[in-house]
Ligand binder design. Structure first.
Ligand code: A2P
Length: 276
């Protein structure tokens, strides 16, 4: 059993989940099925990953539907209220499940100015029972404040880019204060040099752990839910092993110190970035 964390609404999520970006088709279904077998229960996906079908197939084949938290996300091109309503229905249909457990707005796309409309559609989908819980991704405090002011409904989850090069101190603090669970995308830095950094390798050796386990344990220690994507059963199991790594405060601080103001993997500042 993976320990859980709780949002302001009472929603509980495991402290570690599984990322599925690029896992699709038969191979994707096999990889996701393997992750479920290893013990992952929180599964990420998105309309724009074009893999809701593969995720749904793996969930249905697992025979463990009720233990799983199946997630998807609304793309920017469908923020209009009616389009959002239909897209959420389409997401659910693509999984072949009765409902999704968590549905998120994928990006705020503030230039379009429609994310409050989209949020209205998510609130309605939750009321209709199409989705169990609702949240956002890549929302900055200013976007979250607007949702709160205009709808009175605070997201249960905010999924953001978070890894040692971009530790998100302020966003984490904001989310914590409002009872929003922060999820971390690209918690391994999408396989860049983080796994080879001397600071990380040294801590890993001290714990008899791997660098990937240390990066994930660092996320968990800071209260963020990492969603590592891994294709092979071995790496999936390795990443779950992060739950057994207890970092000391000074080790967490040493890894956080790798952060840089421009530490994002790509040019994806949610204040400007548009993804349709
Ligand atoms: P693969 O999918 O081939 O297993 P992130 O979740 O930060 O986006 O990173 C995902 C990348 O990290 C993928 O390329 C994935 O490769 C790789 N990866 C996942 N788990 C591990 C691990 N334990 N050690 C090294 N690389 C990993």
């Amino acid at each position: 059993m993976i320990p859980t964390t709780t949002a302001h609404s009472g929603l509980t999520l495991p402290v570690l989940g599984f990322g599925t970006y690029k896992l699709k088709g038969r191979a994707g279904t096999d990889a996701i099925g393997s992750a479920i077998e290893q013990g992952y229960t929180l599964l990420d996906s998105a309309f724009n990953y074009e893999n809701e079908g593969s995720v749904g197939a793996a969930v249905r084949a697992s025979g463990r539907r009720d233990e799983l938290v199946v997630t998807s996300k609304l793309p920017g091109r469908h923020h209009d209220r009616d389009a959002a309503r239909v897209t959420i229905e389409e997401s659910v249909a693509r999984t072949g499940l009765e409902r999704l457990d968590l549905y998120l707005i994928h990006w705020p796309n503030p230039g379009r100015g429609k994310y409050v409309d989209a949020w209205g559609a998510l609130i309605e989908a939750k009321e209709r029972g199409l989705v169990g819980a609702i949240g956002v991704c890549n929302f900055l405090p200013e976007h979250l404040e607007r949702l709160r002011a205009e709808t009175g409904v605070v997201p249960e989850v905010n999924q953001v880019e978070l890894h040692p090069y971009f530790p998100q101190e302020e966003q984490l603090a904001y989310d914590r204060e409002h009872g929003i669970i922060t999820q971390a995308w690209s918690p391994l830095g999408r396989g860049n040099d983080l796994l080879e950094r001397g600071e990380v390798v040294e801590i890993a050796e001290a714990h008899g752990a791997t660098p990937a386990q240390v990066l994930l344990a660092w996320s968990i220690a800071r209260g963020a839910v990492p969603l590592p994507k891994a294709t092979s059963p071995d790496r999936q199991r390795e990443n779950l092993g992060a739950l057994d790594v207890a970092l000391a405060d000074d080790e967490v601080a040493a890894i956080t110190a790798l952060g840089r103001p421009d530490g994002r993997l790509g040019d994806q500042d949610p204040a400007r970035y548009e993804e349709m």
